[in-house]
Design a protein. Structure first.
Length: 951
């Protein structure tokens, strides 16, 4: 018995198979992560036991089950007057499976759109049983026609027999065993009614194995993508073509056999037809080869696809060869009659290994002869780099353009263009390595096509994962699709290893004709680091040019080796503004049924957000519309009522009872607020009434003359001063400081145009969570409205994102930049901007010191400033005389360095400065003692946790 145990284990447990399974699972965890590994395991288990796969379940969610209401609504729409073309469907009947034939016919008969004709191409020598079945099917519906065809002719030659020249009709084909979704023709007709000029309309599809029940592969298609069509026939099944156009083009060309439909699509494109996608999965294909559209390169059928594409290129008078790829797509190899000069523009700072490696690849690993290398140098100090520049310039191998300013990617590239002599411009990051010698020829071939504006390449990380295959709008925001994904052949949006059109391609490797680049105005230098490459592609699109991605120009990208990960918020907001300006609501090359939170395209689930909604959310976040930033007039009761109407909450303007003012502090607070809201003359007389507190002029006046004027008991002064002491708005201020999520969601809560959104939160959630009283909310906003400039200073000092994005904004050296951003992003009016500017109308040496330690560019240009006297003097003189990218006021004589200035030694004090307590008083006493001893101090507040303390 014991001797048979190993054989039993091997036979029944398959131990080696489980070891291999564990190995493959571990590999999947390392490369694809837990979520995708779990998805693969569940998929395999469900298919093993005949259950619906995740793909099938997601597809079912997206399509929805046919409800009686939906069917009735579609039937009603179809019966109404309007453009209702007839859909002609050709069905070649092989006679091999009566069951499959019936299933296909039944799916057509079940259409909610009734205007169709099904033409069954019946072989003349078909089995009598098959003929009998076909005759029976014909009798069930008058829209079914039988067309006898010669059974000796190949099936590819049969479709032309079903074409006629009927006006207002469209032609498509359906294969035996395939089925249509019940509303397939309805969606086609509905799109045609919206745009009757359409000549070609195509739908999504899913593939079901011959012996399977559920979809194994779903094909979501982009809207019209001409370059994608040059790789393979992505239009796929259920492609409806206007019959008059089809007749004019001579129908199908049977000589191309399996490629005849692709050949027709290419000829339709040549004739200028209008194409449109229906973003619904309408066609279910039975196939055992769902993932390879045209067969592999070694299959005999690939010759027909090469011939179809080669004929198209010949008709377009394009010199090129066609190669079939192992993944089933076709590649165009351009035959360049001459090689136009390519000016390769590379921004660089130091990075000796990167720039030398890239130079070597351009010289030795690129099979293109006429290359002009232009390096835009941003204050490199590395001796190896300086020597490399000198040697290569002397040899005539490179041009070096000094860029002695704070780095701006757009400005640096534009500086390189000004000295370029090439017909083509290639903008290239310095952290690239060449993978194949023909990459540049590939880019040039596409760039020379007049309808193509900008061309991008396939970039991968050193670990083999994808860095860039195109930029889309709606996955997160403007992002690299497939980012950090592992290379794969086919997915729900096709393959990355074929040509595609995108809204944009990255400027890390971006080719454009010099003439077009200049016509578009070059890179917009208002973008500092990111976004100008996308903006350029959007401008080209507006001018009628397409952006093309080619996988056959592939580079390794060591991203962010030369610069950090910091992305200026202004760049993202400017890009959002440009997207709004061109009224782009959805990326046509994405699909509405994708999960917008995944870089690698996948179907969205019931709770996942679609790309269109994600894009709108991001636009609202980066570039709110004017109505989202409307100022509230806190002194207009009617305006307040209108504001609250949509919220369905109560928020009454403060009132008072004279007798209660002397008895209750909250009533006294209401009295104070009522006086300020109703008396404009008093507000003008005391502009800082709430801000100055109980020692201010307003409180003193109110406790004396004001009591008599408003007929309030004379002893109410005590409760009025107590109300000021209580500072009702402080509770909200402290909460805002304690909660990072509030500061992130409402960054401008203290500024006039940020009041509206924060008020909504306070009334809906703030009251519920923290029981804020109306007097507290009114006090907070009225006090904030007294001095917006002060509130800006406060906000800047607690918003770390503002400090990170706008260093030195507390000085004149950074103030203009943040004010420009506030005016554009938060729509602050000119009066508020001027008030803020007036707070920094002088410059001291301390301002220069703060700016110096805040601005990396200053430190790199003057590394010894504030350590050595002469270096500090050089910095000050430079500020007086040199032009900088940010506006700098004239430095007054008070900044002169008549004596040595060194770094000051001081003390950083961390304490509860904002929370009113004994610890706060102790901290301020310590600070005052240090200041009396002339010891500089830097203060940092440690927030107290809101729920741990009573207010």
């Amino acid at each position: 018995m014991n001797t048979n145990v190993p054989s039993i284990i091997k036979k029944y447990l398959g131990f080696s198979r489980y070891v291999n399974l564990l190995k493959s699972t571990g590999q999947s965890l390392r490369t694809q992560g837990l979520r995708k590994t779990r998805r693969r395991i569940v998929d395999k288990v469900q298919r093993k036991f005949g259950l619906a796969s995740p793909a099938a379940l997601e597809l079912r969610h997206l399509m929805g089950d046919p409800s009686p209401e939906a069917i009735a609504d579609q039937a009603d729409w179809s019966a109404k007057p309007g453009y209702r073309p007839t859909m002609h469907l050709a069905l070649p009947a092989s006679g091999q499976s009566i069951k499959c034939l019936r299933k296909t016919v039944q799916s057509v008969k079940s259409q909610t759109y009734p205007h169709w004709v099904l033409k069954i191409l019946c072989p003349s020598h078909a089995n009598p049983k098959v003929l009998k079945t076909l005759q029976r099917l014909k009798r069930t519906d008058g829209r079914i026609q039988l067309i006898p065809v010669d059974s000796e002719r190949p099936s590819q030659q049969l479709l032309n027999t079903a074409i006629d020249n009927t006006e207002e009709s469209y032609f498509g084909s359906i294969q035996e065993g395939d089925t249509l979704r019940f509303d397939a023709l309805f969606h086609v007709a509905q799109n045609l009614e919206h745009n009757p000029r359409l000549d070609v309309i195509y739908t999504d599809e899913s593939h079901i194995p011959m012996n399977g029940k559920y979809p194994e592969h779903i094909m979501l298609k982009p809207d019209w993508s001409p370059e994608m069509l040059l790789g393979y026939n992505y239009l796929g099944s259920l492609c409806m073509v206007r019959q008059t156009v089809l007749h004019e083009l001579g129908g199908f060309h049977p000589a191309y056999q399996e490629a005849q439909e692709w050949d027709l699509a290419l000829r339709l494109m040549e004739s200028g037809c209008h194409f449109k996608r229906v973003p619904h999965c309408c066609y279910f294909r039975r196939t055992d080869n769902a993932n390879i559209p045209h067969g592999t390169a070694t299959e005999p059928t690939s010759a027909h696809y090469r011939a179809a594409l080669k004929s198209h290129l010949n008709r377009q008078e394009l010199e090129a060869e066609v190669e079939s790829q192992d993944n089933g797509v076709q590649r165009i190899r351009w035959n360049l009659s001459e090689e136009p000069r390519v000016s390769v523009i590379i921004p660089n700072k130091n990075s000796p290994e990167l720039i030398q490696s890239l130079f070597d690849d351009l010289q030795n690993n690129t099979d293109y002869s006429d290359i002009e290398i232009i390096i835009v140098d941003n204050l490199s100090t590395d001796s190896i780099v300086r020597k490399f520049y000198s040697e290569q310039m002397e040899a005539g191998q490179i041009k070096v353009v000094p860029f002695d300013k704070e780095f701006n990617y757009s400005a640096a590239c534009n500086a390189g263009v000004r000295v370029a002599t090439g017909e083509l411009l290639l903008f290239l990051n310095n952290d690239m390595r060449v993978r194949n010698p023909g990459w540049l020829t590939e880019l040039v071939g596409w760039s020379l096509r007049p309808e193509v504006g900008i061309v991008g390449s396939k970039l991968i990380y050193p670990n083999g994962h994808i860095q860039h295959v195109g930029v889309v709008l709606g996955l997160h925001f403007a992002t690299h699709i497939y980012h950090k994904a592992t290379p794969s052949e086919w997915g729900v949006m096709g393959t990355i290893n074929s040509y595609k059109n995108y809204m944009a391609v990255t400027g890390a490797c971006q080719m454009v004709r010099r003439e077009l680049f200049n016509d578009l105005g070059g890179y917009d230098e208002n973008y500092r680091l990111v976004g100008s490459d996308i903006a350029l592609c959007l401008k080209a699109r507006q001018q009628g040019f397409r952006t093309v991605y080619t996988p056959y120009a592939s580079l390794v990208h060591y991203e962010e080796y030369s610069r950090g990960r910091s992305i200026p918020i202004e760049d993202m907001e400017r890009l959002a503004s440009e997207i709004r300006d061109i009224k782009l609501h959805e990326d046509p090359y994405l699909h509405p049924n994708l999960n917008a939170k995944e870089f690698q395209p996948c179907l969205r689930g019931p709770r996942d957000i679609a790309p269109k909604e994600m894009l709108q959310q991001q636009l609202d976040s980066y570039n709110p519309t004017a109505d989202q930033l409307t100022k509230i007039d806190w002194f207009d009761d009617e305006a307040i009522r209108d504001e609250l109407a949509e919220l369905d909450v109560s928020f009454a303007p403060p009132t008072y009872s004279p007798s209660r003012v002397a008895e209750d502090v909250n009533a006294a607070a209401g009295f104070i607020l009522h006086v300020l809201r109703k008396r404009n003359d008093i507000r003008k007389r005391f502009p800082l009434a709430l801000s100055e507190g109980k020692h201010g002029a307003f409180c003193k006046w109110l406790c004396s003359e004001g009591l008599e004027q408003f007929r309030v008991p004379t002893h109410a002064g005590k409760t009025i001063r107590a109300a000021f002491d209580q500072h009702p708005g402080l509770k909200i201020c402290q909460l805002y400081g304690f909660r990072p999520d509030l500061r992130a969601a409402y960054p401008a809560a203290f500024l006039p145009t940020g009041h509206r959104a924060f008020l909504h939160w306070l009334l809906i959630k703030g009251r519920q969570e923290y029981q804020f009283r109306d007097e507290e909310i009114w006090w907070f906003f009225l006090e904030a409205a007294e001095d917006p400039a002060r509130e800006f200073e406060f906000t800047y000092h607690i918003q770390q994102d503002w400090q990170r994005n706008f260093p030195a904004a507390s000085t004149a050296f950074g103030r203009d930049r943040i004010l420009s951003w506030l005016k554009r992003r938060h729509r602050l009016d000119n009066q508020v901007i001027e008030d803020i500017q007036s707070r920094t109308n002088t410059i001291t040496i301390e301002d220069i010191r703060v700016a110096y330690w805040s601005l990396p560019f200053w430190r790199s240009k003057f590394p010894s400033a504030f350590r050595e006297e002469m270096a500090t003097l050089d910095l000050v003189n430079w500020l007086r005389t040199e032009h900088c990218t940010m506006p700098i006021p004239e430095v007054p004589l008070s900044c002169s360095m008549d004596q040595p200035v060194h770094q000051k030694l001081g003390m950083n004090v961390l304490a509860h400065f904002c929370y009113p307590s004994g610890l706060q008083q102790s901290a301020w006493s310590l600070v005052r003692s240090l200041e009396m001893e002339r010891i500089p101090v830097s203060l940092r507040d440690i927030p107290a946790h809101y729920h741990m303390y009573d207010f």
